[in-house]
Design a protein around this ligand. Structure first.
Ligand code: HEC
Ligand code: HEC
Length: 316
């Protein structure tokens, strides 16, 4: 990640805010990297089907899908122990959990199985499956001859989540089609690069690949100390994953604690606290315009939701 960070700083400094949008070379250098392009580990239809069923079933107090709702971009707009993140494109990240401490998507799924379903031992999973024979039956075709374990359950749920992928105009733009974005949206991209957002929110997914201190330049107080709670290191205080911004247009409230309601406010906050810049109203508006264009997506396997128009209206 370090080499990338250095490269991004240099590029961000070079990128000029041109009315027609940023240079194509900058767009490619900053945004073409996609962790999700790596071939997914081979998984069969039976494995993904088991994962989908485990995701939808109440194995504990709630099912995964009650918080990560497929009709609401894989989240619920609520703050539980932390703000519920979207699971759309979650598999395309290289860093997982708000604190970035989960080792992999499957590792994060195991953490969620423990947090929300109290499942920490294979025996407790097997006991739950006794009362869900319909689920138990799906294990055999998915993992022939193997006893159900949390590892297998997490692998199946991750295979299911790998199908939650979005695709839209932003991808066509990054792939070389300038006309996929309007002139105003391209000015937004140029502004995003110029002010330095891409330093942390780089790659195809505009983030999801690194962790940073919230309050890097101007301190930001929040009760949750993030990674420090786990690692005990003072340098990890208030360090969080810079999340993917692909769906940020739809997934407010924002930040790990859901403390910011609107996209415009979080963009302004990022400018001040992460970059030490008081962004002009026109810069904030340009970046919000870009992020809405990025969020103009279809999601494989999920319905397009009706909440789009509402989200857009709210930021005005
Ligand atoms: C009560 C609501 C709730 C339920 C139920 C729930 N989650 Fe979550 N999920 C959250 C919250 C809140 C977070 C953020 C936790 C964190 O990062 O510390 C999260 C984070 C995640 C992440 C990390 C996403 C990322 O981008 O890093 C994944 C993956 C995930 N959940 C999958 C699941 C799965 C699978 C289940 C079912 C086993 C589940 N969740 C059940 C609320 C919920
Ligand atoms: C130094 C790294 C860094 C820079 C630079 C940066 N961000 Fe962030 N961004 C983060 C981190 C870390 C978070 C998560 C903080 C948290 O959850 O408390 C975040 C969160 C966000 C969120 C909220 C996403 C969500 O789903 O909650 C948005 C939107 C965002 N940034 C946009 C921007 C914009 C626009 C810029 C440029 C003005 C920018 N960021 C610059 C690190 C950075």
């Amino acid at each position: 990640m370090r080499w990338l960070f250095g490269g991004l700083v240099a590029l961000a400094a070079m990128a000029a805010c041109h009315p027609a949008g940023p240079d194509r070379a900058h767009v490619e250098a900053l945004f073409s990297l996609d962790a999700g392009r790596r071939p997914a580990p081979a998984s069969s239809v039976a494995v993904a089907a088991l994962g989908g069923a485990l995701f939808a079933h109440r194995l504990g107090a709630a099912s995964c899908r009650e918080c990560h709702s497929p009709t609401s971009y894989g989240q619920d707009g609520l703050v539980h122990q932390r703000n519920t993140p979207t699971l759309v494109d979650a598999a395309r990240q290289s860093v997982f959990g708000w604190d970035g401490l989960a080792p992999s998507l499957a590792g994060m799924v195991q953490r969620e199985l423990a947090t929300h379903h109290g499942l920490v031992h294979d025996a407790s999973l097997q006991a739950v499956l006794q009362s869900h024979p319909d689920l138990q039956r799906l294990f055999e075709p998915a993992f022939p001859g193997q006893a159900p374990t949390l590892d297998l359950a997490a692998a199946a749920i991750s295979a299911h989540l790998a199908t939650w992928r979005s695709r839209g105009r932003w991808d066509r733009y990054v792939d070389g089609d300038d006309e996929a974005l309007t002139a105003a949206e391209r000015v937004g991209v140029a502004t995003f690069i110029e002010v330095g957002c891409a330093i942390c929110h780089g790659g195809r997914n505009l983030g999801g690949g690194s962790v940073h201190k919230l309050g890097l330049i101007e301190p930001y107080e929040s009760a949750d100390r993030g990674r420090e709670q786990v690692t005990g290191k003072a340098t990890d205080r208030h360090v969080w994953k810079a999340p993917s911004l692909r769906l940020a247009a739809h997934t407010g409230p924002y930040l790990h604690d859901g403390s910011v309601a609107t996209l415009a406010d979080v963009v302004r906050l990022m400018g001040r606290h992460e970059l030490g810049k008081h962004l002009a109203a026109s810069q904030v508006a340009a970046i919000v315009t870009m992020l809405r264009a990025v969020g103009d997506v279809d999601v494989d396997a999920l319905p397009r939701t009706a909440s789009l128009a509402m989200e857009h209206a709210r930021d005005h």
